[in-house]
Design a protein around this ligand. Structure first.
Ligand code: FMN
Length: 539
């Protein structure tokens, strides 16, 4: 992201921009300087922009200006000060507006006129009066164009440009924050905002929209957090976090008050030392490279905000949705159906929580554990497939177009890291079926099959919702891997630290709880659209 300063000649752009550079401690560059530098490189002759303009004429000068602007396409986190007319070209605007905050420095034309009074004429050597007339028209024209494209307009007339920069500081910081925000809030009526980083002091969530009067205790939340907790078995990361939750607000006398529920989980066992050594390298399979490209900096301690540890907050929030839904007869069964190539052959829901990989087939579970251990012993990792089943849903949840229940669930689940594939019902198999097989035929007793996976036209049918999720092998492996450093140079990296050799067992509660947030949200929306719908509907 860049901050691009535009404005008419004498509007104080440079002074304003340089002041911003000082306050924000980010580099600055003037496009006029670039034009001059490029000219010097080519002709080995030092000339100012005005001299270049006079020498080569307006058209050739504008071309040079355009070349200088184009060379900025790779620039990130810089205050860019434009020449007075640079932004008048549509081509220049296209480049400069890309991922930038555009600040227009403007002041009343009398002040501008006063500032240029001492100039003898423009670069073509015209008389002062002609120049001033041209300038006045130019101010009006630029105002029309620049005001339209500006994200912020600052007055550099009543205040000095330096003071204007000091005053604009807060608004600029807010504008940057809005552009950099990583969409930390999820949901419509049931809204969760998560916060925290892997190696920060704490993580947590604020859940809003939960009706008043629902019995909730820390133990309810803890039960779900314990299923996601690190160090819970020999096939999860050994990082020792109790993940003990505290409810800060929204519950009184054991019941929700209908106000925001704030929950916090402190980090107790973060060890950043291993990350210090590799802080200048991008770990393959991680968000390091993309995060750096997006924000221009990164929290290298365990991936910061993009760490799987962030999902502790979603589980805390989702556990409340899950509890509310349990009282409405909805049950979530997440289970591993494949790990490291080992497939489950049968489904016994009672077995899911009785083995460390959360597989509904006890025998396959033993083989899955062996596959994980074998990969770990070879300093490698394995992935797998999770099946999520949501039982007890009434029909009528979800909306027909943009808020289809399947779309909402897919969106929610794919916001979780490490998920690379998702299918609903018969999923990709439908591509190989005929309509006569794929259709779930109906009888007075209900649907004969469930290839639709419990959702038709974006709305729940009342059958179990069935979703399968492909989870990639853990990216952090203790092997030398090829990468690049922050300068883009080839490098080799060995990722040490404590990791899950397979993410599947711990991602299962995350998937369930994200789905619970979606279902409760859809339920609350439906209850407002059609109050009493669930009383009259057959399940
Ligand atoms: C619950 C959970 C635990 C995870 N544990 C680890 C881990 O221990 N080590 C690791 O390298 N990645 C882990 N990840 C995966 C990375 O966070 C994720 O792959 C990475 O941020 C890149 O995102 P992407 O795979 O979605 O592209 C975990 C993810 C989740 C959801």
């Amino acid at each position: 992201m860049n901050i691009v300063i535009i404005g008419a000649k004498a509007s104080g752009k440079s002074t304003f921009g340089k002041q911003l550079h000082k306050i924000l401690d980010i580099p600055y560059m003037e496009i006029d300087d670039l034009v001059e530098e490029n000219y010097k490189k080519e002709s080995d002759d030092c000339k100012t922009c005005k001299e270049i303009f006079d020498l080569i004429g307006e058209d050739a000068f504008r071309k040079r200006e355009e070349d200088a602007v184009c060379s900025l396409t790779d620039t990130d986190w810089t205050v860019i000060i434009t020449g007075g007319s640079t932004f008048m070209s549509a081509e220049n605007r296209r480049v400069l507006r890309n991922n930038a905050l555009i600040i227009y420095c403007t002041c009343d034309s009398d002040t501008l006129m006063e500032r240029v009074q001492n100039q003898t004429g423009d670069s073509k050597g015209i008389s002062k009066s002609v120049f001033l007339k041209w300038y006045q028209e130019d101010i009006a024209l630029k105002n029309d164009v620049y005001a339209h494209f500006a994200d912020m307009i600052v007055d550099t007339g009543t205040l000095t440009p330096e003071r204007a920069a000091m005053q604009a500081k807060e608004t600029i910081a807010q504008q940057i924050a809005v552009r950099c925000t990583a969409a930390n809030t999820f949901g419509e009526l049931i809204r969760v905002t998560s916060f925290g980083e892997s190696h920060g002091s704490a993580l947590g969530a604020i859940l809003d929209g939960v009706p008043a009067g629902i019995a909730i205790s820390e133990a309810d939340i803890q039960k779900e957090l314990d299923r996601r907790r690190p160090g819970q078995s020999k096939v999860t990361t050994p990082r020792k976090e109790a993940d003990k939750v505290s409810i800060l607000s929204g519950v009184f006398n054991g019941q929700t008050t209908g106000t925001p529920l704030a929950m916090i989980i402190y980090n107790k066992d973060s060890d950043s030392s291993k990350y210090e050594e590799i802080k200048n390298f991008f770990r393959p399979g991680h968000a390091d490279f993309t995060f750096y490209k997006k924000f221009g900096f990164r929290d290298y301690r365990g991936g910061g905000r993009s760490s799987g540890r962030e999902t502790v907050a979603r589980v805390a929030a989702g556990s409340i949705a899950k509890k509310v839904l349990a009282e409405r007869g909805v049950t979530f069964y997440g289970h591993a159906i494949e790990i490291g190539g080992v497939k489950a052959q049968q489904v016994d829901y009672q077995k899911i929580e009785s083995n460390i990989v959360r597989c509904a087939d006890a025998q396959a579970a033993c083989e899955m554990v062996k596959a994980i251990e074998a990969a770990r012993d070879e300093s490698d990792s394995v992935g797998g497939i999770v099946q999520l089943e949501i039982h007890g849903l009434p029909s009528g949840l979800g909306d027909p177009v943009f808020a289809k229940l399947n779309a909402r669930l897919i969106y929610a689940i794919t916001t979780i890291g490490a998920i690379k594939g998702i299918e609903i019902g018969a999923g990709f198999d439908v591509a190989r079926m005929r309509g006569s097989t794929a259709n779930d035929q109906m009888t007075a007793d209900g649907f004969a099959t469930n290839n639709a996976g419990g959702i038709l036209g974006g709305i729940s049918t009342g059958q179990p919702v069935v979703i399968r999720v492909a989870v990639k092998p853990t990216p952090s492996i203790s092997q030398q891997q090829r990468t690049i450093d922050i300068n883009g140079d080839d490098a080799s990296v060995l990722v040490e630290g404590r990791h899950d050799p397979c993410i599947v067992p711990r991602i299962i509660p995350v998937i369930e709880n994200m789905a619970a947030l979606v279902i409760l949200d859809a339920w609350e929306i439906q209850s407002r659209l059609h109050p009493g719908w669930n009383n009259s509907e057959k399940k």
